[in-house]
Design a protein around this ligand. Structure first.
Ligand code: SF4
Length: 199
């Protein structure tokens, strides 16, 4: 079944103090986002990940009945879990939140190019809104897994991987097609820095 597109997107433009605001014109990005199809509110925050920042996102989600949220801020590697939790707390499925990275991808890499960095931030926000509108709610499930690993290849990398996994408590199955372990390493008669025989 095709999911309906998001029609009530909220955009939150983070200044990250001066991290973003010193290079990207956040107010220009915020105003621009208001005109992107599907956007019903566009808000500028000083620090969106802070507690007051998250509270504001949640307030807008409830007040405007937002069905998608775009956070224009830093890398999702840093705060995607934060904002998913933030959305969930406000009653929105956490997978209906999308991030636009206007810090690492704009302000940090275009520090002396304010107009270009701002233009790029607008593009990233518009793209994030388009993607957000097509997101579908996801449900998290937990399934039991067998705590075992298969390592294919008994060269130096395969052996080390197996040892690391075993030391971490995982049962390991190491598969090697040759009769002995060691791979290319076992054919080397001197190894740096000790110049010992590898075997
Ligand atoms: S959300 Fe990211 S960009 Fe915004 S204040 Fe926090 S760390 Fe900085």
């Amino acid at each position: 079944m095709t999911q309906p597109k998001g029609e009530r997107v909220g955009v939150f433009v983070c200044e990250c103090g001066k991290n973003i605001a010193a290079t990207v014109d956040c107010e220009e990005v915020r105003t621009y986002a208001e005109g992107v199809p599907g956007v019903v509110c566009s808000v500028r925050n000083k620090y969106t990940c802070s507690e007051p920042g998250q509270k504001e996102v949640q307030r807008w989600i409830k007040e405007k009945a937002l069905d998608r949220v775009v956070i224009a801020a830093c890398s999702p590697r840093l705060h995607e879990p934060t904002f998913r939790k933030c959305a969930r707390t406000a009653g929105l499925n956490p997978y209906l939140m999308e991030m636009a990275n206007i810090r690492e991808h704009c302000s940090w890499v275009h520090q002396r190019e304010r107009p270009a960095a701002t233009r790029k931030a607008k593009d990233l926000v518009r793209s994030a809104v388009a993607r957000a509108r097509n997101l579908v709610p996801q449900q998290e499930t937990e399934v039991p897994v067998t705590p075992a690993a298969l390592v294919i290849g008994g060269g130096i990398a395969g052996i080390q991987t197996s040892l690391d996994l075993a030391n971490a408590g995982t049962k390991v199955f190491l598969v090697e097609r040759e009769a002995s372990l060691g791979g290319i390493m076992s054919q080397i008669d001197k190894t740096y820095p000790t110049m010992d025989c590898s075997i």
